[in-house]
Design a protein around this ligand. Structure first.
Ligand SMILES: NC(=O)c1ccc[n+]([C@@H]2O[C@H](COP(=O)([O-])OP(=O)(O)OC[C@H]3O[C@@H](n4cnc5c(N)ncnc54)[C@H](OP(=O)(O)O)[C@@H]3O)[C@@H](O)[C@H]2O)c1
Length: 264
């Protein structure tokens, strides 16, 4: 199957790398990339010869592809997409934040289906969440090897997910601070990082398996009077977790908050 990509940037590169590095006998995907960004498109074509071609125009991308991924910056979408002619049998995957499906349809006209999604660059490593709306089995099957596909029931839930992803940098900072603290107290930097990254990975794994999804119960699964209780109590007294919610509230307002509806 040939997949066209309009906007060869960070997320498009991650997806192409993720798909092209899969070893799946019998399932060969080919990618037709838009000429911009020139360096990124050329690097992908060089890394995956025979699987990735760089087109001479955005319209050529659409013309040679069965599915088309839209991965341009939202504010540029009108200029880039409005002049293009899509075919009625094409399936469109829009990865642009901000633009709801009804808006994307104004650019594509009548096409077979438009699916909106929030993938993340981890897809290049075949891990991490991939949120989609509406549920679409073909899209789920296509993306399942790149991570955990989560189909949402409402389009506006994609905006909530976009807000949640905004804790990524703060989480890396937490890993950095706890790792540095270990190094400042006698661990080698390497051992500290190895230990803490495996530790956070295990915590996340266990949280995903929490009975009835009750992650909070895990927080209280601790030795009475022990070190975890001491840390949790200190942070609760400082209202530290409130700050994380406040940060998400601010992101949510910036994303349009309650006004962030899928339909006009
Ligand atoms: N990055 C992520 O982790 C992520 C995750 C989920 C969703 N998204 C969404 O995905 C979209 C792209 O994000 P990104 O981070 O990948 O941005 P990006 O790296 O800036 O990619 C956008 C690409 O569009 C290209 N472009 C500019 N004008 C064009 C034109 N006329 N025709 C075709 N391509 C053109 C740019 O090329 P030049 O460099 O030459 O200008 C750039 O390579 C955004 O809507 C973003 O919200 C991103």
């Amino acid at each position: 199957m040939k997949i066209g990509i309009i906007g060869t940037g960070t997320i498009a590169s991650a997806l192409v790398q993720g798909f092209c590095s899969l070893q799946q006998p019998g399932c060969r995907l080919e990618f037709a990339l838009s000429p911009r960004n020139r360096e990124k498109a050329a690097a992908l074509a060089e890394a995956f010869p025979g699987q990735v071609m760089v087109c001479s125009s955005n319209q050529q991308v659409v013309d040679v592809s069965e599915w088309v991924f839209l991965t341009v910056i939202p504010r540029m979408a009108d200029d880039i997409l409005a002049p293009l002619h899509f075919r009625p049998e094409q399936k469109i995957l829009t990865i642009m934040s901000d633009h709801p499906i009804h808006r994307v349809r104004e650019w594509t006209g009548d096409v077979a289906k438009i699916v909106r999604m929030v993938p993340l660059p981890f897809a290049a490593m075949h891990i991490g969440p991939i949120a989609i709306f509406p549920k679409d089995e073909e899209t789920e099957r296509l993306f399942a090897p790149l991570g955990k596909v989560i189909s949402l029931e409402k389009e506006e839930a994609l905006s909530v997910i976009s807000a949640q992803t905004a804790v990524m940098s703060a989480f890396y900072h937490l890993i950095h601070d706890t790792t540095e603290w270990g190094a400042e107290h006698g661990l080698s930097k390497e051992a500290s990082l190895d230990y803490m990254t495996a530790f956070y990975e295990a915590l996340s794994h266990k949280a995903a398996l929490a009975p009835d999804g009750d992650v909070k119960a895990l927080a209280y699964e601790m030795t009475p009077g022990g070190l975890n209780e001491m840390t949790l109590r200190f942070l609760l007294e400082k209202d530290a977790f409130r700050l994380w919610r406040d940060a998400l509230d601010k992101v949510w307002v910036r994303l349009g908050g309650a006004a962030n509806k899928s339909n006009p």
